[in-house]
Design a protein around this ligand. Structure first.
Ligand code: B12
Length: 215
C-alpha cells in the first residue's frame, strides 16, 4: 500500500463511519512509518470534512456523524501515540485551550492540544462547552501566556469575541496572547475581534503559538 492509498483509505473509513477500518488504517500507517500528523491532516480530517458536507446536504444524519467522529477519534488516538515524544527540554510556554460554551465539537481542539504538548507547551485543556469565565480564571491561576479557543458553529464563534472582552475586563489581556480556530473561524474573524492569531490546522497552530510566545 502506498502513502496515497493509506490517506484515501483513512478518508473513506471516516466517511463510511467504519471505526474498525479507521483503526486498521491508522495501525497500517504506523507500521509503514508514515508521518502521523500527515495521516491526520491529509487522511482523516478531509474525511471528516466530507462527513460535514454530507450532513449539510441531508444525505448523512446525526447518528452517523456521531459514529464517524468516534471512528476518527479512535484512529487519531493511535496516531497521536506515535507522534515524537516531547521535543523540548525547556517548556515553550503555558497555554489554556478549550471549546467555547455551547459547542461540543472537540476533535480538532484535542489535536491542537496534543501537538502543542509535543512542542513543549504545558496545556491546560478545559475541554468542550467551556463557560467563558473559566478561560479567564484558568489563564489567571495558571499564569498562561496563551489562551486558545475553538468554535465550530456560527452561534458559538461570537463567544470568542466575548472572551476578548472578558480578558480585558479582568485586566489580563496585555499579559496573554489569544488564538482562535475551528471550522467556521477565519483570519478575517480573528482580525475583527482583535485576536492575536488564527490557525487553520494544528501544525499552523503550533507554529503561531511558538511565534507568539517567542516574539
Ligand atoms: C464531527 C462533527 C460533530 C460531532 C462532534 C464530535 C466531537 N466530539 O467533536 C457531533 C456529531 C457531536 C456534532 C454535533 C453537532 N454538529 Co457538528 N460537525 C461535525 C463535523 C462533521 C466535523 C468536525 C470535526 O471534528 N472536524 C475535524 C477536525 C480535525 O477539524 P477542526 O475541528 O476544523 O479542527 C482543526 C482546525 O479547525 C484547527 N483548530 C480547531 N480548534 C482550534 C483552536 C485553536 C486555538 C486553533 C489555533 C486552531 C484550531 O485545528 C484543528 C486540527 O487541524 C463538522 C463539519 C465541518 N466541516 O467541520 C460539523 C459541524 C461543525 N456541525 C454542525 C452542526 C450544526 C452540529 C449540531 C448543531 C447538529 C445538531 N443538529 O444537533 C450539533 C452541535 C451540538 C453542539 N451544541 O455543539 C455544523 C455547524 C454549522 C455552523 N456553521 O454553525 C457543521 C459545520 C456541519 C454542517 N456543515 O452543517 N458534530
Amino acid at each position: 500500500m502506498t502513502e496515497n492509498d493509506i490517506l484515501e483509505a483513512a478518508k473513506q473509513a471516516v466517511v463510511a463511519a467504519d471505526e474498525e477500518k479507521a483503526i486498521e488504517v491508522a495501525r497500517q500507517a504506523v507500521a509503514l512509518g508514515l508521518d502521523p500528523l500527515r495521516v491526520i491532516n491529509e487522511g482523516f480530517t478531509p474525511g471528516m470534512r466530507q462527513v460535514g458536507d454530507l450532513f449539510e446536504r441531508g444525505t448523512m444524519f446525526l447518528p452517523e456523524v456521531i459514529i464517524a467522529s468516534e471512528a476518527m477519534v479512535a484512529a487519531v488516538a493511535i496516531l497521536e501515540e506515535n507522534l515524537p515524544a516531547e521535543q523540548k527540554e525547556k517548556q515553550a510556554g503555558i497555554a489554556v485551550l478549550g471549546t467555547i460554551e455551547g459547542d461540543v465539537h472537540d476533535i480538532g481542539k484535542g489535536i491542537v492540544a496534543t501537538l502543542m504538548r509535543v512542542y513543549g507547551f504545558k496545556v491546560h485543556d478545559l475541554g468542550r462547552d467551556v463557560p467563558l469565565q473559566r478561560f479567564v480564571d484558568e489563564a489567571k491561576s495558571s499564569g498562561a501566556q496563551l489562551v486558545g479557543s475553538s468554535a465550530l458553529m456560527t452561534t458559538t464563534m461570537v463567544g470568542q469575541k466575548q472572551l476578548e472582552k472578558l480578558l480585558k475586563e479582568a485586566g489580563i489581556r496585555e499579559q496573554v496572547k489569544t488564538m482562535v480556530g475551528g471550522a467556521v473561524v477565519t483570519q478575517y474573524w480573528a482580525d475583527k475581534i482583535g485576536a492575536d492569531a488564527y490557525a487553520e490546522n494544528a501544525q499552523e497552530a503550533v507554529a503561531k503559538a511558538l511565534e507568539l510566545v517567542e516574539g
